[in-house]
Write a protein that binds this ligand. Sequence first.
Ligand SMILES: [Zn+2]
Length: 293
Amino acid sequence: MVLTRALPLLYVKNSAGGSDNARMTQDFTTQTMTLAAGAGMCSLSQLLGACDALMQPQSFHDYAPNGLQVQGKPDVQRLVCGVTASRALIEAAIAAGADALLVHHGLFWRGQSQCVTGWMRERLRLLLTHDISLLAYHLPLDAHPELGNNAQLAVRLGLEVQGNFGEHDLGFIGQRAGGGAFASAAALHTMLERELQHSVLCVDGSGGAPLERIAWCSGGAQGWLQAAIDAGAQAFITGEASEPQPHLARECGVAFFACGHHATERYGVQALAQRVAGQFGIACQFVDINNPA
Ligand SMILES: [Zn+2]
């Protein structure tokens, strides 16, 4: 996957009064990137079949339905992809004239309310009114060895995959591509912030030592720190942090990095969308709704 263009098409800033706090929480930016400029068309079932063939959702025990979550029009000329099926992303898909929306985080999760009210009603209303299909792939899109979030994160960060650990092989472990250690946790921290364009929380339990064996798992995988240490990692890179990890990192002598859930999961969905768009010659855009978490 090569992203050659990053066009900030729209900057949305809520400045219509309200308190400073309201303004801060509602500020967000939207970036749109063209991944494929095809003028072709495919059926929704062809698109779904291609995604399913790549993602193999039947192989996963997931807590979200993988595949077609909302059925829209039967033909697809324009695909939009993004990380999360938020209202902002759905509105961006409508503005882009999308026939289908492909995401990593869909609408439905085990344990959530089954009532179509409030924000859920609004997201569904927008999709159904505009006849836009929603396709979502969660764990399959983290795990895919080429197109997945972790594989694509490795490309982005210049890491070489040497093995996997944990359920569904979602944990990745390896080293700097081409060999050699990162000079220190500080050096790795700088690289992460530069490549992900996001602030990174770093807990350096390694005492400034060079870091050669690096493990990573995108999103909310902070609970996998122990598994990463057991797999031999000197550093663990994920999206989120919770209270226990800094202690564990210090006491086990490893470096822990929380780079943002969203920031670590921007790349898999682009790779999948670009692959299937190329297969059918359809147009495809990635819309990045900035998320500080
Ligand atoms: Zn996630």
